[in-house]
Design a protein around this ligand. Structure first.
Ligand SMILES: [Zn+2]
Ligand SMILES: [Zn+2]
Ligand SMILES: [Zn+2]
Length: 119
């Protein structure tokens, strides 16, 4: 396995694990202009760009953030390095509150993979 794929890419001082992670947290699965966030996984407290990166690289099934822990800074903006709480991210309207970079609005379709959302 190429060394690059085994090691984390350090982005704004934070290691981000995954597949072909670039310097703005884009990955092999999500690499459009606005795919610039990484998510701290509840199970291992490591940043991954996406669910599929975790699936391919982690050795355990993922767990999701319960609402009681949505005050954790679990979202990394790949543009400026700011860490948002999950609640801030949910309210961000797909823009970074710090640098105003646009996030992929389609991520909202996948919240349930990362966060325990009300049924
Ligand atoms: Zn994990
Ligand atoms: Zn990925
Ligand atoms: Zn930002």
């Amino acid at each position: 396995m190429p060394e690059k794929q085994k090691q984390a890419n350090v982005i704004h001082g934070k290691p981000v694990y995954g597949v072909d992670v670039d310097d703005h947290t884009r990955c092999a699965h999500w690499h459009d202009e606005n795919d610039i966030i990484a998510i701290l996984f509840h199970c291992c407290e490591r940043f991954y760009p996406c669910f599929d990166c975790h699936l391919e690289r982690a050795d355990h099934p993922p767990t999701v953030w319960p609402p009681a822990e949505w005050n954790r800074r679990a979202i990394l903006c790949g543009a400026c390095g700011q860490k948002l709480t999950i609640t801030e991210y949910m309210k961000s309207a797909s823009r970074c509150p710090t640098c105003d970079a646009a996030f992929n609005p389609n991520c909202a379709d996948h919240y349930h993979l990362y966060f325990s959302t009300p049924a």
